[in-house]
Write a protein that binds this ligand. Structure first.
Ligand code: SF4
Length: 350
């Protein structure tokens, strides 16, 4: 289509939101915002961006920060591998690139946690390099306007959309073009019920003309979701509480939760208390069950977690029966530790 970029940029200049990371050319801050905004809504990501930019105004500040502090600041945002990669990459830029953010697309792409989309975003926003961004918004806009029915999650589809996006880019204003198309997808060509009557591209839009807006884009696979049942053992003794730093290759690495008995299906309280895992964890220690919470449901992209918190008062020191990888801390200090949102919700209700 002729003038695609001009139309999108004109729309953008009239309708864009004023977002702090759009007022900078600092690649570090742009990268920070892009990592925070992956799988996160702008409204939620904003507070985190401002917090990170304030605590770590430069890549050096982030590289030299304590990992627990980074994780604590990230708490509640989810997808915690982003925070770990953010910290690792800050160290890489500080040591290998002497604190100067690399400016070539190829080098940016080698950074941990940076994929095709983020590399193109940084290269174009910070350095005005002509690399098209292709995120969910861009897939939606292109599939609808150009009537592309190739599934966006197939390798053929990815190549097709990537090629088209790069053909459409305004090579004089790649950063502006990329911002514009993403904002257009986010604000105008929304996933559900976009207001096509006010859209400046409606005369050029295949989906609008053919009345297939709701059918595009097309996805091939449905994500399989696994159910997991977490029985959190909240052990207490004389003002102390037992917590556990998650280090295994699983969700929430480096965050803290409680000693856990995980099952593949839901057990009754009686079944749980009689289970070998319960007996193994408690051994011969003397305890009383103070309460068992109702189930908390927590949905992740590929997993549904059903958690309950079993509060157990112990007669003896927690160290005597819990394994060494369990931390015994003062309960009054639990707020210092980074925890997943699920545990945070439980703690808020205490
Ligand atoms: S006409 Fe509707 S479907 Fe087409 S680009 Fe505009 S908002 Fe999207």
């Amino acid at each position: 289509m002729k003038h695609f970029s001009t139309k999108i940029i004109t729309w953008y200049n009239q309708n864009k939101r004023d977002l702090p990371w759009r007022n900078t050319k600092d690649a570090y801050l742009i990268w920070l915002s892009e990592i925070i905004l992956q799988q996160t809504r702008v409204e939620q990501g904003m507070a985190y961006y401002l917090k990170f930019a304030e605590h770590f105004p430069t890549v050096k500040h982030l590289a030299q920060a304590d990992n627990d502090k980074v994780m604590k600041l990230w708490q509640g945002l989810g997808y915690y591998s982003r925070a770990r990669n953010l910290h690792t990459t800050a160290k890489t830029i500080y040591t290998i690139y002497k604190g100067k953010f690399p400016d070539s697309h190829e080098e940016i792409l080698t950074l941990k946690g940076v994929g095709d989309y983020t590399a193109a975003a940084i290269a174009s926003f910070a350095f005005n390099k002509p690399h098209a961004v292709v995120d969910g918004n861009v897939y939606r806009v292109l599939s609808r306007i150009f009537g592309i029915e190739t599934p966006i999650d197939s390798s053929v589809g990815k190549k097709e959309f990537y090629k088209l996006a790069n053909e459409l880019i305004d090579i004089k204003n790649p950063g502006l073009h990329n911002q514009a198309i993403m904002e257009f997808g986010s604000m105008q060509c929304k996933p559900v019920n976009p207001d096509c009557s006010v859209c400046p591209l409606n005369t050029n839009c295949y989906a609008f003309a053919k009345k297939v807006v709701a059918d595009l884009p097309i996805k091939e696979k449905k994500t399989k979701v696994r159910n997991r049942y977490f029985n959190y053992m909240v052990f207490r003794n004389k003002g102390t509480i037992a917590i556990h730093k998650r280090t295994a290759k699983d969700i929430w690495i480096n965050l803290h939760d409680f000693p856990l008995i995980e099952t593949t299906n839901e057990l009754s309280e009686e079944q749980l208390i009689k289970s070998p895992e319960w007996k193994k964890m408690l051994g011969k220690t003397k305890y009383s069950i103070k309460s068992i919470s109702t189930s908390y449901k927590h949905i992740l992209s590929h997993q549904k977690i059903f958690a309950r918190f079993i509060e157990i008062d112990c007669k003896e020191s927690l160290k005597t029966f819990l394994p060494n990888d369990i931390l015994i801390i003062k309960e009054s200090e639990i707020q210092k530790y980074a925890v997943p949102r699920l545990v945070e919700l439980y703690l808020e209700r205490l």
